[in-house]
Design a protein around this ligand. Structure first.
Ligand code: HEC
Length: 101
């Protein structure tokens, strides 16, 4: 029985990870496959693969609310974040932190 529960937990965890990776595909165009590129138009000096999970979620919420503009290119992110649910943001953040070098 214990084994079965473990398999379920791992199965779920890998499903969630796959979700974040799938969602990240459209982000990679601007942020790079490894989150190591500064997007075009942004004056940022850091890349998203150095951010904490909390910061990524907070940022995505700010862009979805259209209130965040950190590097003079916020509106480019408003469209990206518009369709994201809170679960999507958490899955993305969980995935992006794994890109950290
Ligand atoms: C069209 C290009 C583009 C795409 C696609 C894009 N972004 Fe961005 N992203 C930007 C730009 C430009 C900024 C800087 C915005 C600003 O000035 O605040 C940014 C900023 C961010 C930040 C804040 C970085 C920091 O240093 O705080 C996060 C987090 C982020 N993007 C995550 C994502 C995620 C997750 C996706 C996919 C759902 C995504 N982005 C898709 C262009 C893009």
């Amino acid at each position: 029985m214990k084994k079965l529960i473990l398999i379920c937990v791992f199965g779920l965890a890998s499903l969630m990870a796959a979700d974040g990776a799938a969602l990240y595909k459209k982000c990679a165009v601007c942020h790079g496959v490894n989150g190591d590129k500064v997007p075009p138009g942004s004056k940022a000096t850091t890349t998203i693969n150095v951010l904490t999970k909390e910061k990524i979620i907070e940022d995505l919420k700010g862009y979805k609310a259209k209130t965040l503009n950190q590097y003079g290119a916020g509106p480019l992110m408003y469209a990206q974040a518009a369709g994201l649910s809170e679960e999507d943001m958490v899955a993305l953040a969980d995935y992006i932190v794994t890109l950290k070098k």
